[in-house]
Structures are given as C-alpha cells and as structure tokens.
Design a protein around this ligand. Structure first.
Ligand SMILES: [Zn+2]
Length: 203
C-alpha cells in the first residue's frame, strides 16, 4: 500500500474521456456517493485532461467516512407533551445532571437497538395501547428536533420499512419503551451502560 501526496502522478480510467488517462493526485471537495452532502479536502486522483475525480486512494476512505458521520440531517417532530416529558424523566433518572443533549443520545441508542431487533408493527403499536392514558394525544404539542447521522437515519428507515409506521409513530413507540424500561422499571436493565453514555455526552 502506498501513501500518495498531492502532485503524485497516476493513471486510471476516466468515464468522461473514455479510456486510460494520465492523472494527478490533488485535494478536492467530493460529493458522497448518495449525492447528499460532501467531504472537503480529500486526496483524490484527478484526470489531467478533463479535471474529473476518477479515483480515491485507500488513505482517503477514513476521512470520507468521518465526514459522512458528521453530515447530519435534522429530524423535526411535534409530539404531544407527555412524550417529551417521559423522555426527559428517563434522562433524569439515568443522570440527574445530564444535559438536554442526552435525551437525543438516549433516543438514538434506542433507535439503533430497535433496528437490530427487527420489531413488528404490532410490537411497537401495542405499547401505545398499554399507556393510552399517560400519553394522551390531546395534550399540547412540543417540538423535538435533533440531528441524526446517516447511520442513524438508515436505522430509522430500516424500522420504517419493516413496520410501515411513520417516523413520528416510531419515535413515539420508542419513547414509550424508554418510559417502560427506565421510568417504570424498579431496576432498569441497561442503567450502567446508559449512565456511561450520559457521562460521555456531558463531556
Ligand atoms: Zn477525463
């Protein structure tokens, strides 16, 4: 494996010039493969004839991945107040000194965990019916907005695909799960791990 520098010469296939071309390594801003967002100052191989980016050396992959993790999409939800209050109460039980930022981490933790466990639509919807009174939908609405990494967004999309629920209903069901797991349970299952997560978030 070779470490390339800006100005190094190379050869590669260029789609635009249709053939093997002489090329030069240079730092460029490159769009992500899905077209959403871009990574800045990435060392790539640029076609000498047309200036197109035609290859990415292995050494640039971690920088692109890191930029992707930072590229965030905001999720904006308007939830009946009890959902946001339950989430805050759970965050408070885990760590009374946790920053507001932590409730988002807590939700993120549950999104990733839920995506792995492949819940059915019924699993998630049954939670609402168990707590209809506590989570009345005629309560005033509260805004919950948070930014998610592409990985988290993929996990949400995955849950959406397997359950056919909307993003809002998924988040509501997860808040109810958080409420059952952490607020209602006398000895929450993942409390230690979540406390560590809270400590890291505050840092
Ligand atoms: Zn070219």
């Amino acid at each position: 494996m070779k470490l390339y520098s800006a100005g190094d010469k190379g050869k590669a296939l260029c789609d635009h010039c249709q053939g093997l071309v002489a090329a030069t390594y240079a730092y460029r801003t490159v769009p992500f493969s899905d077209g959403e967002g871009k990574a800045r100052n990435i060392l790539v191989l640029v076609c000498d004839s047309c200036g197109a980016v035609i290859a990415t050396p292995a050494q640039s992959t971690p920088a692109i991945r890191a930029a992707r993790e930072v590229a965030v999409k905001p999720i904006e939800l308007n939830l009946p107040a009890p959902f946001v209050e339950a989430l805050d109460l759970a965050a408070f039980r885990i760590d009374p000194e946790a920053a507001t930022e932590f409730r988002k981490r807590l939700l993120a933790y549950y999104i990733l965990e839920t995506a792995e466990t492949e819940p059915s639509q019924k699993d998630l919807q049954d939670r609402f019916s168990r707590h209809g009174e506590a989570f009345r939908s005629d309560a005033p609405k509260r805004r919950l907005s948070f930014k998610v990494t592409p990985r988290l967004n993929n996990a949400l999309d995955h849950i959406r695909a397997t359950t056919s629920l909307t993003k809002t209903d998924i988040i509501k069901a997860l808040v109810v799960k958080i409420y059952e797991d952490i607020v209602q349970s006398p000895s929450p299952r993942d409390l230690r791990e979540l406390r560590r997560l809270a400590a890291v978030t505050a840092a």
